[in-house]
Design a binder for this molecule. Structure first.
Ligand code: MD3
Ligand code: FE
Length: 207
């Protein structure tokens, strides 16, 4: 079932359910090479979600240089782990179903939230090319996703995202403010996970 969340935004309930355990195994392998870490914003705040990346580029931030994409993991000095084939296949497939043909992500940013962690309202605008959508897959604990407008003060709509759900954000939704409310561990732990993992796929052009 595909649900429209607004211009260019689509929710695919359960789209990653059958692939979920393979995706999580791949996340485990990626994290062995490039571990999850809490990065620091340009303003000096430690981020709540722990992050890692795979693919040709990875999103990083630190207090010195701020938000950017890097071809190597600054923590290991090595290139990011390769994008697993099943990541590529699923993200390209979901993008196509949402009307974005030929989506090939440059990176998958992997966010890991423990209970009590959140991600404040923000825009994703470090990617250079904003005609490509962002594709996101939720695994593990459920989350409440807040989806606003082009201005921070615009009203938000809230959606629950569950294990296996996929979302595509393109077109007019691409630059909308969004965030994740504090994660609750309600005891419903798909595949035994006591964390939420989100896979966010982006196409990045370095200028
Ligand atoms: C809507 N991650 O990594 S994924 C992020 O669940 C991020 O970890 C959240 O926001 C998470 O930047 C939300 C869904 C998502 C991702 C990108 C978007 C929604 C978006 C870009 C534009 C609009
Ligand atoms: Fe975001």
């Amino acid at each position: 079932a595909i649900q429209s969340l607004g211009a260019g935004a689509f929710l695919f309930r359960g789209a990653a359910l059958s692939a979920a355990s393979a995706l999580l195994q791949a996340v485990g392998r990626i994290a062995q090479s490039s571990p999850f870490r809490h990065m620091v914003t340009p303003g000096g705040y430690r981020m709540g979600a722990a992050m890692t990346s795979c693919g040709p580029l990875g999103w990083v931030t630190d207090a010195q240089k701020g938000y950017r994409y890097e071809p190597k993991d600054p923590q290991t000095g090595q290139p990011w782990p390769a994008m697993p084939q099943e990541f590529l296949a699923l993200s390209t497939h979901l993008a196509e179903q949402a009307g974005f043909k030929g989506f090939v992500p440059s990176t998958c940013l992997i966010n890991r939230y423990r209970a009590g962690q959140q991600m404040g309202l923000h825009q994703d605008k470090d990617e250079g090319d904003r005609s490509a959508p962002v594709v996101a897959i939720s695994l593990g604990l459920s989350a409440t996703f807040a989806f606003g407008g082009l201005q921070r003060q615009d009203p938000v709509q809230r959606y629950r995202l569950h294990h296996g759900d996929g979302v595509v954000w393109g077109g007019a939704s691409r630059l909308c403010y969004h965030g994740i409310s504090s994660i609750k561990d309600d005891g419903i732990r798909p595949l035994g996970l006591d964390v939420r993992i989100s896979l966010t796929f982006r196409y990045v052009v370095m200028v």
